[in-house]
Design a protein. Structure first.
Length: 266
């Protein structure tokens, strides 16, 4: 059999054991959580250190999930699996991070044209009844929903079934782009660096936009990336499958809520 493999610089390495088809991402920490992947080579397992791992729940906010704002059936279907993963993570000692849009007026004043444009399409082409109305970041959505994705507004709040399980020890990070790691000044970047987290489990919406944007920046900046497939969702056609393929073949690994729930701690 070919020799086992090591990836990365000394002190921050992954180890791959061929005989068990296992990637060790623990960096030498004794307590580990072993889970099976659901995409990529069959039979692959991951060993994660709960103390070095965070579950990053992206944009599970009223703006993206509440019926008052839009129809997102796949996003709603991801809620229960996400709740199961949250419970498991709490039980094994994985930190929970809520990563959400939470803009300020200063953010709006500095927002690049491309980002403004993407959230203002309804000003150019009126939406049909099946399309989400987008009148600009910071615009008033009416009906008590508040200004679009501004910090402290109803539409920016965590979707109620998930808000119900928030605990005081959870970490909350605001973001002002699709990616929560687009530069080193972002709250998520600072938290991960200061806390020494190495491995990130990703859940949230939309898979191909804010989730993948943050995951790709995490990958390029040196964090281990694991997408939890049934805890991620998008309204974009076949994008889910493409994202899962790209994560499992390039950015990192793919698991699901059942694999995490069945994970063994040792």
């Amino acid at each position: 059999m070919a020799p086992d493999l090591a990836f990365g610089p000394k002190g921050d390495q992954w180890y791959y054991t061929r005989s068990t088809n296992t990637y060790d991402l623990t960096r030498g920490v004794d307590k580990k959580l072993t889970i099976s992947t659901t995409k990529g080579p069959p039979g692959t397992k991951l060993e994660l250190a709960p103390a070095l791992t965070a579950l990053v729940v992206v944009d599970m906010q009223n703006f993206f999930l509440a019926a008052k704002c839009r129809s997102h059936p796949t996003g709603l279907a991801a809620v229960d699996p996400t709740l199961r993963v949250i419970e498991k993570c709490r039980n094994v000692g994985v930190q929970l991070v809520w990563l959400n849009w939470g803009l300020t007026d200063d953010d709006l004043a500095k927002m690049p044209a491309a980002v403004q444009h993407g959230f203002s399409r309804s000003l150019i082409q009126p939406p049909d009844q099946n399309t989400v109305k987008k009148t600009g970041l910071g615009s008033d959505l009416g009906n008590g929903q508040g200004r679009t994705l501004m910090a402290g507004e109803w539409n920016s709040a965590i979707y109620p079934p998930l808000a119900a399980v928030v605990k005081a020890e959870d970490t909350h990070c605001g973001k002002n782009r699709m990616s929560g790691l687009w530069n080193s000044e972002q709250p998520l970047w600072k938290y991960l660096e200061e806390s020494g987290k190495k491995t990130l489990l990703f859940a949230g919406v939309n898979t191909d936009q804010c989730v993948l944007g943050t995951l790709a920046d995490a990958y390029n900046s040196g964090w281990d990336c694991v997408m939890v497939e049934d805890c991620c969702a998008t309204t974009t056609g076949d994008a889910q499958g493409v994202c899962l393929h790209n994560v499992s073949s390039s950015y990192g690994f793919v698991v699901d809520s059942n694999a995490i729930a069945a994970g063994k701690v040792g």
